[in-house]
Design a protein around this ligand. Structure first.
Ligand code: NAP
Length: 267
């Protein structure tokens, strides 16, 4: 398998960021690309640019996913649509938990359930799941580089887990499964949280980060690899972003933190 063996691709979350860059890249590699997102205007403009087929669909709409899956046979599925919310388990809103589970996890399971069986029957296909380093590591309060909630971390860890199990479920077929786990990328997903001083698109909060094209490049590497090679997982992070932290608190700090939290709870 490689680009020449694949004809069609479906990319979710295609209206911006990593998804739009992936549509452009897969189109450039010669695939017929179907692009899914909610924003019709941005999809239309991507379609005018690349010739991709636009699907204005909310990934939480199971009926719409079923119609889409029966409308075409996809050789490549890129599960990329995602949302983020800020907050910890102490202040997370119930709706935020539901939205993240619905978009980041439930939709990935349903779309894969709807599309992978046809790949297995044809003995041809590639599922690419975009997770996050948030699925593999816990972060502290580094708000300027990544401001994600406990629910975001949990859904992305689940995307890692489902990717591992998917390879087992599809073993013995030529269908490959790749998890791409990015660090910080300049996109709109954390827009409300840390773009105040981002006049230069290479930076977030003053830090040099990845571009969407970098992640699309990693996806293209996996999809374009020879049939004998399944790139199971790629972690791609900015050169200047590292993960690693071990925390301790003194008893007096812990007491101060407790007071602050009870103040927040009573506010
Ligand atoms: N940027 C980062 O630092 C980073 C790091 C690690 C992982 N990721 C992951 O990368 C993926 C792409 O995010 P991005 O960074 O490229 O951000 P983005 O530019 O905000 O893209 C998110 C995409 O998901 C789509 N989407 C959101 N909710 C949807 C829904 N209910 N139905 C259909 N489409 C929906 C959005 O389109 P519409 O609004 O038009 O629906 C948009 O196209 C996400 O899974 C994210 O978790 C990002």
């Amino acid at each position: 398998m490689g680009f020449s063996d694949y004809r069609t691709a479906l990319v979710t979350g295609a209206s911006s960021g990593i998804g739009a860059a992936t549509v452009r890249r897969l189109h450039a590699e010669g695939l017929e690309v179907h692009a899914l997102a909610r924003d019709v205007r941005r999809l239309d403009s991507l379609s005018a640019e690349t010739g991709c087929r636009a699907w204005a669909v909310d990934v939480t709409d199971l009926g719409a996913l079923e119609r889409l899956a029966s409308a075409a046979e996809f050789d490549v599925l890129v599960n990329n649509a995602g949302q983020s919310r800020r907050g910890t388990i102490l202040d997370t809103a119930p709706d935020d938990i539901d939205s993240l589970v619905d978009v980041n996890l439930r939709a990935v399971l349903h779309l894969t359930r709807l599309i992978a069986p046809s790949m297995a029957r044809r003995n041809r296909g590639h599922v690419v799941n975009v997770s996050s380093i948030a699925g593999h590591y816990a972060f502290g309060e580094n708000a300027t580089t990544f401001n994600s909630s406990v629910a975001y971390h949990a859904t992305k860890a689940s995307v890692h887990s489902l990717s591992q199990q998917l390879r087992v479920d599809l073993s013995g077929t030529c269908v490959r499964v790749t998890e791409v786990s990015p660090g910080r990328v300049v996109t709109s997903i954390f827009q409300n949280q840390n773009t105040a001083d981002d006049s230069d698109a290479r930076f977030v909060g003053g830090f040099e980060t990845l571009q969407s094209e970098d992640v699309a490049h990693a996806i293209a590497f996996a999809v374009g690899s020879p049939a004998r090679m399944n790139v199971a997982m790629i972690e791609v992070v900015p050169t200047f972003q590292v993960v690693g932290e071990l925390r301790f608190a003194t008893r007096s700090e812990a007491a101060r933190l407790k007071e602050t939290r009870s103040g927040v709870a009573n506010a």
